[in-house]
Design a protein. Structure first.
Length: 584
């Protein structure tokens, strides 16, 4: 039985599923007086003057698909940032058998109506490559859907027809710009800033983050503002991610020379105008996680048309398995999602603050997959010892933020050990707080584990929530027992479904056909990240971009889906005079 709790919130009860989470409604954000606050930016990187670029994008050289015999891409190996304060080399025992959230998911597993997502609207190939993780990422705007992969081709599709409009190398936009952004190094990031209707395309160089801001909503007009932000340590800002927020573009990066956890705020207001960006401000977050040699805070990325409350800081998140990361003070009953708050003052950096961690308790999970400092753990059929990267260290792209008017929510996901034997599964969570809260009140609304009680490894998750609170999640899948080569699967939930579950079936976007063999120095590298985003026009259609494996190449696939019921709840409340964020 399900009942509406508010305009966007439902509670359900079926037997053992009559809970949202062991901590729902109880795990409030920590008392602010107990949380460290850094006053004043630790580093400012200087004013950045943009290059104004105008090119005929339809005459840019097209990117040709990789073919056998072409050069193999060789990219930097995944960067390691050992904790400067010491590494936990002997984690505390797991303390449980199967993941405590598995039972709820298994209780709803089995044939079930997909609610509309079982048949993709679009299902087509993206880029293919070999020798490097794809780092596949994409986003959707008003007319177009854009995909990028390493190092760093761009493909623009018409979102209505799926037709390819153009391909080009991102560095082609920087030619003659006077910046160092023509290197084609990789780690691409795409954001469609729907508050401004602009595209933000980014990649790193060996010492900087290059950000391309479209001067118009239509990215094919060829007018761009190119900004190069030198990294805080003048070294590689590895695995950086950007979150759109009203007052800044907030950035988390794994910086090996600063112990990881380097966080930036870029001057969004001036960048959208093509003006000089005021000094980027930098904080190095702490404390470190002793069990990982790769660390990143994932910034929250805004969706929807309702802004956060005035004065709301930017949020950056990580997961923390205290048995793995703490040398002392282990709590055997819970683990944590840590929230950090970044308040930026571009005019007076001394007024900027970085607060956290605010620990939000969640059900116990296990991050020790084949050893805490070992990247490679996912087996694949017929590959022997050639196993794949779990990418277990960060909360994955994206942490999505939505303000529904009466309630704010953040959703995210990461990879865990399901059974203590290195079976990979995807943990996911929904946080919420009151719609008018600014600096406190986050709690776990629900959390779940996506695993189906079989031998299939599910990892590299990405998920998002539509305007009705429905969720879609994509994962990579591999299973040497049942000969599942690296593939792309997805599932989802309606807001009215039993909490803590993704019960809408498991569907395949595309199945792999061979094991993945990557030559040195990138042996075992896989994906690094994937993306699920939501169409800003209907606020219902999900777009998934991820990696799978063909005979000779690592390939990417694009899919879009929509729950049939999306918009009905919003329309009902709209017709009743509800003044929320509905897009009926």
């Amino acid at each position: 039985m399900c009942e509406a709790k508010s305009s966007r919130q439902f509670r359900c009860s079926i037997g053992l599923l009559s809970f949202v989470s062991a901590f729902a409604g109880q795990a409030q954000q920590a008392d602010r007086s107990d949380v460290p606050v850094i006053q004043g930016a630790q580093t400012v990187t200087g004013v950045v003057f943009p290059a104004h670029v105008s090119v005929d994008m339809f005459n840019l050289p097209a990117v040709e698909p990789w073919q056998p015999g072409d050069p193999i891409q060789v990219r930097l190996p995944r960067q390691v940032s050992p904790p400067q304060s010491g590494i936990v080399t002997n984690p505390a025992p797991r303390g449980f058998d199967q993941d405590p959230l598995l039972e709820a998911q298994l209780a709803v597993a089995g044939p079930i109506d997909g609610g509309g997502i079982e048949m993709p609207i679009l299902n087509q190939d993206g880029f293919s490559q070999i020798g490097s993780p794809s780092d596949v990422i994409a986003d959707v705007g008003r007319q177009y859907y854009i995909q990028m992969v390493n190092t760093t081709p761009v493909r623009i599709f018409d979102k209505f027809t799926g037709a390819e409009v153009m391909t080009f190398e991102l560095s082609d936009l920087a030619v003659g710009s006077g910046t160092g952004c023509a290197e084609n190094r990789g780690d691409p990031v795409i954001n469609f800033d729907q508050l401004a209707d602009r595209w933000i395309l980014s990649e790193f160089t060996l010492t900087s983050i290059c950000v391309y801001v479209s001067a118009e909503t239509d990215p094919t007009t060829g007018n761009w503002f190119v900004y190069e932000f030198i990294s805080a340590s003048d070294t590689l800002p590895d695995y950086f991610k950007i979150g759109v927020w009203p007052d800044a573009y907030y950035v988390g990066a794994n910086d090996e020379f600063m112990g990881g956890r380097t966080n930036y705020a870029f001057d969004r207001a001036n960048m959208l105008l093509g003006m000089a960006a005021r000094e980027a401000q930098v904080f190095v977050s702490g404390p470190e996680l002793g069990g990982f040699g790769f660390q990143l805070l994932q910034p929250a990325d805004l969706d929807g048309t309702t802004l956060p409350p005035d004065g709301s800081p930017g949020f950056l998140l990580r997961h923390r398995d205290d048995e793995v990361h703490n040398s002392t003070g282990v709590d055997p009953t819970m683990d944590f999602i840590d929230i950090f708050e970044f308040n930026v003052d571009f005019d007076t950096p001394a007024n900027s603050t970085f607060a956290g961690p605010f620990p939000i308790p969640v059900a116990e999970f296990d991050s020790d997959l084949c050893g805490t400092l070992n990247f490679l753990c996912v087996p694949q059929p017929g590959a022997g010892t050639q196993i794949l990267d779990s990418v277990k260290e960060p909360i994955m792209w994206r942490v999505q933020y939505r303000n529904f008017g009466d309630v704010q929510r953040m959703v995210g996901s990461f990879t865990v050990d399901v059974d203590g034997n290195n079976l990979h599964g995807a943990r996911w969570f929904v946080m919420e707080r009151a719609g008018n809260a600014v600096t406190e009140g986050w709690s776990i609304e629900q959390e779940g584990l996506y695993a189906l009680g079989d031998t299939t490894h599910r990892w590299l998750p990405s998920l998002a929530m539509d305007q009705d609170g429905n969720i879609l999640m994509g994962v990579s899948a591999s299973d040497p027992v049942t000969d599942v080569f690296p593939s792309i699967r997805y599932s989802g939930r309606l807001a009215s479904d039993p909490p803590g579950t993704l019960p809408r079936g498991e569907f395949s976007l595309i199945e792999g056909s061979a094991a993945n063999f990557v030559p040195p120095p990138n042996v075992g590298r896989w994906g690094d990240y994937a993306s699920v985003t939501v169409d800003p026009d209907d606020d219902c259609t999900f777009y998934l971009s991820s990696e799978y494996n063909e005979t000779s190449t690592s390939s990417t696939r694009l899919g879009s889906f929509r729950f049939d019921s999306c918009g009905e709840v919003a329309e009902e409340f709209f017709m009743d005079g509800f003044e929320g964020t509905a897009n009926p």
